[in-house]
Ligand binder design. Structure first.
Ligand SMILES: [Fe+2]
Length: 306
């Protein structure tokens, strides 16, 4: 079966009852407000993508997300296979997409042909003096106060009603690889961290996380920030803006990211992270206990929310 291998996650789509309230949170979180385009409000990160976050006005809800596929040819092949139309995005950056519906009704877009911005950046130029190495000499570390610098949308986690069914749906279409699968008891799978298949090109340990649950929903959406100082400055900023920390700071076990989670005004988890693991396609899937999935290497334990 042919698959369209994604290059990365392109955007997330959520609905919010009050666009201004959501926009205030997202800008305090470190995204750039691009304003209204038709009936959606767009937000960008610092990388080259034209946008990474789409908000529609409506009942607070996770709508879906987009994945960049390799080419418009791959998009057309996917559309033909799915019996769907290739549509114009009609948003800054142009490009086309094919919208599909996953087993829980989330709208998943395959995207190609967008023009990227030339002013994007993904560099963190300040060296660390650590592990006995003295890389930063005759220069000074000065951390800017204010929102974190969100480099890019990195991944999201979803609660799905049937893990195996959703796993098959995403793997059939996008060729995702399992980094770790976790189970409640031997032989009882509950979910998985899944990454993109980029061959020998390193990619994030996970781009999509699935976990079985009676109610399908977005569990969290996660953004890479410029570094640890940037994450901590952003944490301070969000606190000063009146938001309450949700989970963090800590270091995950699977993916190894240093993380800091915040709730948006409608209770949806938004994560800042930095220093995640990078894997090629050569690493084999592992089976791990559920207790380690929410566990930390150091830092705050997950609040008992779910
Ligand atoms: Fe995460």
């Amino acid at each position: 079966m042919s698959v369209a291998r994604p290059l990365d996650i392109a955007y997330v789509r959520l609905a919010a009852p009050d666009l201004a309230v959501q926009a205030r949170f997202l800008t305090d979180f470190g995204l750039v407000d691009l304003g209204l385009h038709g009936d959606v409000q767009l937000f960008a990160s610092a990388n080259e993508a034209p946008f990474c976050y789409i908000v529609e006005q409506g009942e607070a809800k996770f709508l879906g997300f987009g994945l960049w596929v390799e080419s418009t040819e791959a998009l057309e092949a996917l559309a033909a296979r799915e019996g769907r139309r290739v549509q114009s995005l009609g948003l800054p950056g142009g490009g086309s997409y094919v919208r599909m519906t996953d087993p829980d009704g989330f709208e998943i877009d395959a995207v190609a042909g967008q023009s990227f911005r030339s002013d994007g950046t993904s560099e963190c130029p300040v060296d660390w003096n650590e592990n006995g190495l003295r890389r930063r000499v005759d220069s000074f570390r000065r951390t800017e106060k204010g929102p974190s610098h969100v480099l890019r949308l990195g991944h999201l986690g979803m609660a799905v009603t049937d893990f195996r069914r959703s796993e098959g749906w995403y793997k059939d279409r996008f060729g995702l690889l399992t980094s770790e699968e976790f189970e409640t008891a031997p032989g009882k799978p509950l979910g998985a961290f899944m990454r993109l298949n980029r061959g020998e090109t390193p990619t994030d340990h996970h781009t999509v996380v699935l976990i079985e649950s009676p109610t399908p929903r977005l569990r969290h959406v996660a953004f890479e920030v410029a570094g640890l100082d940037d994450l901590m400055a952003g944490r301070e900023h969000l606190g000063q803006c009146g938001y309450r920390p949700h989970w963090g700071v800590g270091r995950h076990i699977f993916g190894s990211q240093i993380f800091d989670y915040w709730l948006d005004p409608y209770g949806r988890e938004h994560e800042h992270w930095t220093d995640g693991d990078q894997l090629t396609a050569a690493i084999s899937p592992k089976l791990v206990p559920l207790s380690d999935v929410m566990g930390v290497q150091w830092g705050a334990e997950r609040p008992s929310r779910d």
